[in-house]
Design a protein around this ligand. Structure first.
Ligand code: NOJ
Length: 571
């Protein structure tokens, strides 16, 4: 059961972790960029919401060519976002409210402004400085061709020239699986490994509770860096983070990566309470995912398989089954996530689209609320992304001139739509920046109609999405079933078992909770033995049927989730 006991070692097993994208959360100084003091000012909001931990996306010194996932100095804070003293204050003030703080570590690549990369211009091929990155001689007579055919996840070539002090190509190339400003580190080099252990300790010693690991599946590359037989042409790839090819690529999910996490786990275990890791692991299936959660490796990893299931009962159920089974085999709890800073917000993603491809955002919200409630009743931990508790939709009409996603620029605008989920949060008031900061500034413009979706507008409003999340999180903490209870599917009432998903969690005290997700367009009548005691519902379309004879039954509206107390049966 998640706990406020800050000395506990197992809090992460069923925690609700709230992802903060610092630049877009709250701006304390009015420059239009969210910052750490702004986050500290809003900790009461997060405590009241009922989250167990926050995970903050990177706030290190960075030229921000990829939203801070291009780190120039891993031991400092970007001056636009705050200072080391602010981070110390954040940790202290979060802990005082029973909230843990997880940072983001970016070990696959640095920024090209990192001191190590800058040293290439003044040193020679073959020197220890060059061995910190993945650098090879070019192919062809003049070494004018890159060393292999690997592409950047953000489109285009995965290699760029190493240039000398005068800016001339050296005939050597560096690998960048992401932007040209994100050179891949060489994890075969012990100096790189030692450096990151030192960085972990730097932050663990300051009191950080754990790290989310960026591109955790990417650090080790196949020996010899062989060419890859891509099946998806670069111009047909529209999902920056993952595509069909990722399953077999010689730069993802290599066996050698696990040794790195064994070493990191030993470091985390030296601390009390133990520090934790959550891997960002875009791997092809739950079997490969669970390998990262073996007892001497990462505590958890994001389960993106479930996120990708969409509004599809069959796919959701299959993903839950595979995830729960494969995690059980390594004795690790699953994680669940529906939105983050890299994917379309789930209100928009789950919305049905009309003939023109436009999403029906009202139904999208209905579905999103239902999916969240159902997911919060699954065993394991859940990651929420800032703003989903307000029901924010994706912003799809940003002007190209304001877009910053490097994949947008590298793909010529066909991919890289991630700015749409990173628009600064609306907190209060009727005009931008809606309380995001003390001025009208926000680094991405907010839609004019977000006044209705602000924290202020939703607070205390019975059927608002914010109040639904708040109630769900508090109930989840109070109900033993939703923390520790073993999980089992129940047979639903209809012919098609995937129109309605139903599961029960039964803890030792027998106070079971049934969670139901009606995915269909029509209401469903639940079996009477499930009872009618509603703990929480995602819409008000839930009614006890007036039955003349026999026990009462509950009718659950279309696209609605409900948590029920299962009636105690006689022993
Ligand atoms: C995954 C991060 O979530 C994403 O935002 C970033 O662009 C890539 N890794 C590269 O660091």
């Amino acid at each position: 059961m998640s706990t406020h006991d800050m000395t506990a070692d197992d809090w992460w097993r069923d925690a609700v972790v709230y992802q903060v994208y610092p630049r877009s959360f709250a701006d304390s100084d009015g420059d239009g960029i969210g910052d750490i003091p702004g986050l500290i000012d809003r900790l009461d909001y997060l405590a009241d919401l009922g989250v167990d931990a926050i995970w903050a996306s990177p706030f290190y010194t960075s030229p921000l060519h990829d939203g801070g996932y291009d780190v120039a100095d891993y031991r400092s804070v970007d001056p636009r976002l705050g200072t080391l003293a602010d981070v110390d204050r954040l940790i202290e003030q979060a802990h005082a409210r029973g909230i843990r703080v997880i940072m983001d570590i970016v070990p696959n690549h640095t920024s090209s402004e990192h001191a190590w990369f800058q040293e290439l211009a003044t040193t020679e091929p073959g020197s220890p400085e060059w061995d910190r990155f993945v650098i090879r001689e070019g192919r062809g007579p003049d070494r004018e061709e890159p060393p292999n055919n690997w592409r950047s996840v953000f489109h285009g070539r995965g290699w760029s020239h190493v240039r000398d002090g005068a800016g001339e190509p050296t005939g050597y190339w560096y690998l960048h699986l992401f932007d040209t400003t994100q050179p891949d580190l060489n994890w075969e080099n012990p100096e790189v490994r030692a450096e990151f252990v030192d960085i972990l300790r730097f932050w663990f010693d300051r009191g950080i509770d754990g790290f989310r690991i960026d591109v955790a599946h990417g650090l080790v590359k196949e020996e010899g860096l062989p060419d890859f037989d891509y099946t998806v042409p670069d111009d047909q790839k529209h999902q920056a983070m993952f595509d069909e090819d990722s399953a077999h690529a010689p730069f993802w999910d290599q066996d050698g990566v696990h040794e790195i996490y064994r070493e990191w786990r030993r470091v985390a275990n030296e601390y009390s309470p133990t520090r934790i890791f959550c891997g960002e692991t875009w791997v092809p299936n739950p079997v490969r995912l669970a390998r990262y959660q073996r007892p001497d490796e990462l505590h958890t990893s994001f389960n993106f398989d479930y996120l990708q299931a969409g509004w599809d009962g069959k796919a959701m159920r299959m993903s839950v089954d595979e995830t729960v089974a494969n995690h059980a085999a390594v004795e690790a709890p699953p994680t669940w996530v529906l939105s983050n800073h890299d994917v379309i917000r789930h209100r928009t993603r789950l919305a049905p689209v009309d003939a023109h491809g436009d999403p029906d955002l009202e139904r999208g919200l209905r579905r999103a609320r239902a999916a969240t409630l159902f997911t919060l009743a699954l065993p394991g931990s859940m990651y929420l992304y800032q703003g989903e508790e307000l029901g924010l939709p994706e912003v799809t009409d940003l002007d190209p001139a304001v877009r910053q996603d490097p994949a947008w620029h590298r793909s010529g605008g066909t991919d890289g739509l991630r700015d749409g989920c990173r628009v600064p949060l609306p907190w209060s008031g009727a005009v931008p920046s809606f309380g995001f900061g003390p001025t009208a500034n926000s680094w991405l413009p907010q839609p004019a109609d977000w006044a209705d979706l602000s924290v202020e507008a939703e607070t205390g409003v019975e059927d608002s999405t914010l109040e639904l999340y708040r109630r769900a999180l508090h109930l989840r903490r109070a109900e033993t079933a939703l923390g520790e209870g073993p999980f089992a599917w129940l047979d639903g009432p209809g012919d098609d078992p995937t129109d309605l998903l139903a599961a029960v969690r039964t803890p030792d005290d027998g106070l079971s909770v049934i969670s139901v997700l009606n995915l269909a367009d029509a209401p469903a009548v639940l079996p009477a033995e499930w009872g009618t005691e509603v703990l929480l519902a995602s819409s008000d379309d839930v009614a006890v049927l007036d039955v003349h004879e026999g026990p009462a039954a509950l009718a659950v509206g279309s696209e609605t989730a409900v948590w029920l107390r299962r009636p105690m049966t006689e022993p």
